[in-house]
Design a protein around this ligand. Structure first.
Ligand SMILES: NC(=O)c1ccc[n+]([C@@H]2O[C@H](COP(=O)([O-])OP(=O)(O)OC[C@H]3O[C@@H](n4cnc5c(N)ncnc54)[C@H](O)[C@@H]3O)[C@@H](O)[C@H]2O)c1
Length: 363
């Protein structure tokens, strides 16, 4: 992986630019907005990583080179992802990374993207990088072993006040100034903290319980003064094999709690991201044994370096099946869209995967 293009010079665009530079790639960073390019160079990048890197190419979207990239990353607001991703596929990069959530809950162009990706040679990934982090990998190993016995239920929470997000976006005046304040654009708790839904789905698959089949959700929507978003959403889920569990996402909890539990017939495991600054943890016990802990230390930039290393390893054939493959992100989008529909209609929504990644799949 040598040449990388990053679309969107905001918070994630800078993280991915820095990660690609750490892997020795040449990087072109582009944005529609000239002031975003100036901010990346003069503020975000030097404040986070010490100094600007003159090797990075900065371009307005109209002038950025087209073609010849190994990886293109889409790091713009969710409702712009799929138009940009479909355009990027025309350049036939070896890999395409689309940030989470993959699109808005209307699922516009999701099935089209899926079909185009299936017909081409580009490996397409989503930005749900928690599932490839050290704690998730350890959790996967423990869940796949027979240690916990039959998996009885899974519970995941990403409950985090979004003050932290706005602190990292000092140029935004609050939720009304971006997609974050609009659930229809992929913002609100369901869109912004959808790592939780994605982790639940990931571990349900690891446990052999299949994909999510039923979604029943309640949400607290805030509407007015330029915003319309879900501040809390609680989802009850049932998979294709009947595994039942729960996800809670919110943008109000402080201090934050990014936690999960897998309960088996013989034992349990709990994980917590950021249980103290720079540290994630998974703890477990089975058959009454003394509880054990696995602790992973990391910085925020490490998350994105690990994500790009994962993509490089897939391209170089060292990883065969990726938990951040496009389908996983699209399945998460179906659950997010089903949760909004359930919360707004008061009904349990069934997902019919035969219909494809579109609203008709939500019944
Ligand atoms: N994986 C993660 O943990 C993680 C972390 C942060 C953000 N994200 C995701 O990344 C995406 C962007 O978030 P952000 O915080 O960087 O937002 P941001 O507002 O900081 O930056 C987005 C940038 O995209 C630019 N943009 C908008 N439309 C464009 C277009 N059509 N072409 C080119 N540039 C365009 C904007 O001008 C802006 O500079 C969101 O989907 C978000 O959820 C993921």
């Amino acid at each position: 992986m040598k040449r990388v293009k990053i679309v969107g010079a905001g918070s994630i665009g800078n993280h991915l630019t820095h990660a690609a530079r750490q892997l020795g790639c040449s990087v072109d960073l582009c944005d529609l907005d000239q002031s975003a390019l100036v901010r990346a160079k003069n503020m975000i990048y030097p404040e986070r990583y010490g100094q600007w890197d003159d090797e990075i190419g900065l371009y307005s979207s109209a002038d950025v080179p087209v073609g010849g990239y190994d990886l293109i990353c889409i790091g713009t607001p969710p409702d712009s992802h799929l138009d940009l991703a479909i355009k990027a596929l025309e350049e036939a990069p070896k890999a395409l990374l689309i940030e989470k959530p993959i699109c808005g809950p209307d699922l516009a162009r999701a099935q089209e993207l899926f079909e185009l990706a299936a017909a081409g040679n580009t490996e397409v990934f989503t930005g749900y990088d928690h599932v490839i982090g050290k704690v998730a990998v350890k959790t996967r190993e423990l869940t796949e072993s027979t240690l916990l016995g039959e998996i009885e239920t899974i519970d995941v929470e990403f409950r985090e006040h979004w003050g932290g997000i706005f602190a990292a976006h000092s140029w935004l005046d609050g939720p009304a100034a971006s997609y974050l304040g609009d659930w229809r654009r992929g913002g609100g708790a369901l869109g912004e903290h959808s790592h939780a839904v994605n982790l639940w789905q990931h571990f349900a698959l690891v446990a052999g319980a299949g994909r999510v089949h039923e979604v029943s959700a309640i949400a607290d929507y805030i509407e007015g003064e330029g915003v319309f978003y879900d501040k809390v959403c609680a989802l009850n889920l049932r998979t294709e094999t009947g595994l039942v569990g729960r996800v809670v996402q919110d943008v109000v909890t402080l201090p934050p709690r990014k936690w999960g539990r897998i309960q088996g017939s013989d034992g349990y495991l709990d994980w917590q991201f950021g249980y103290e600054p720079g540290r994630d943890k998974v703890g477990w016990s089975a058959n009454g044994d003394t509880p054990q802990d696995f602790i992973a230390e990391k910085t925020r930039p490490d998350d994105f370096i690990a994500e790009l290393e994962h993509i490089r390893d897939v391209l170089e054939g060292r990883i065969k099946a990726s938990p951040i493959a496009l389908e996983r992100g699209l399945e998460t989008m179906l659950v997010i869209a089903a949760a909004h529909k359930s919360a707004q209609t008061g009904r349990t929504i069934k997902i019919d995967y035969e219909q494809g990644y579109c609203s008709a799949a939500l019944q």
